[in-house]
Design a binder for this molecule. Structure first.
Ligand code: PMP
Length: 307
């Protein structure tokens, strides 16, 4: 089996290009023990003009925001991290790619004060076609309302911080174990938050509804879907949603860089709408897929060619 370690290629680390297999750290690396770090998940898609990174600036800015909340200072500029993300696609000869920037503390010491620790930054990229199996884009997925809860109003829990993903993974594991495809978490006030790695949208009466950002990540796919919906003249409501709102919606879908746009056809034991991918979901999904592949003329500013 090809592991994440044993591959050909190059990984950017702290300003240098390392051979893939040499991009290693010590077992006493601080972030490995306590999860204090931040990362991004970015995609580059094959377009007519070559690989193009989707909303690169938004991703890099979010990485800087996540680290700022943690009090970690990235010793690189936005522009140099953007350049590393463009170059990582080129250097690894990728036509399309999943790009993973990450910032973590080094092995200077293991104390929780974490003062004077070096902040390391990596950028890796590989081909990661679809996070979910291809048929789910049409057939949709079943989600379970999780017993895991996201903290509302907490800046850390709504950032892309490494340690948050313990909860995401536990929620996903619980859902999978019970025969579902994904988890949907509630927040500490019982409002709908998000999936393990996706934002949620509901549709009713030709309007979109999505939770506000009190307890969910400021998703970049979410932002793109809001623009694509508004382009179609659809109203997008950003507000607190209850479990009831979700169960009575006509259509439901998840958004995320890795997951892309995935219809949800069942929540717990309840079928959503017709139990099939909804009409508006289908249109937004198509527009999203066309957009990321540079097949639309609108929003050209969202694409950054890698070379
Ligand atoms: N919520 C969580 C918890 C996530 O990990 C992700 C994936 N980054 C998302 C939402 C979706 O965000 P984006 O569209 O920016 O990938």
């Amino acid at each position: 089996m090809m592991t994440m370690e044993d591959r050909d290629g190059f990984i950017w680390m702290d300003g240098e290009w390392l051979d893939w297999r040499d991009a290693k750290i010590h077992v006493l690396t601080h972030t490995l023990h306590y999860g204090m770090g931040a990362f991004e998940g970015v995609r580059a898609y094959e377009t007519e003009n070559g690989p193009a990174i989707f909303r690169l600036d938004d991703h890099t800015n979010r990485l800087f925001n996540s680290t700022k909340i943690l009090g970690m200072k990235i010793p690189f500029s936005v522009e140099s991290l953007n350049q590393a993300q463009r170059e990582v696609v080129v250097k690894n000869n990728l036509k399309s790619a999943y790009i993973r920037p990450m910032c973590f503390y080094g092995s200077g010491s293991l104390g929780l004060r974490a003062d004077d620790l070096k902040v390391h930054t990596i950028v890796a990229a590989w081909e990661w076609p679809s996070y979910m199996s291809p048929e789910v884009f049409e057939e949709g997925i079943k989600v379970k309302i999780s017993s895991y809860i996201r903290e509302r109003g907490n800046l850390v829990s709504r950032s892309k911080v490494n340690g948050n993903y313990v909860k995401s993974m536990m929620a996903l594991k619980e859902a999978l174990k019970e025969g579902y495809d994904e988890a949907l978490l509630l927040d500490t006030k019982n409002f709908i938050s998000e999936g393990s790695g996706e934002n949620l949208f509901a549709i009713k009466d030709d309007q979109l509804f999505t939770p506000n950002l009190e307890a969910s990540l400021d998703g970049i796919t979410r932002k793109a879907i809001i623009s694509l919906a508004e382009e179609l003249g659809l109203k997008v409501n950003i507000l607190d949603l209850t479990e009831e709102d979700i169960l009575s919606s006509e259509e439901l879908f998840f958004t995320g860089t890795a997951a892309e746009v995935v219809p949800i056809t069942q929540v717990n034991k309840t079928k959503i709408g017709s139990g099939k991918r909804g009409k508006i979901t289908e249109i937004l999904q198509k527009n999203y897929f066309d957009q990321v592949r540079g097949k639309r003329t609108s929003f050209s500013e969202w694409h950054t060619l890698v070379s």
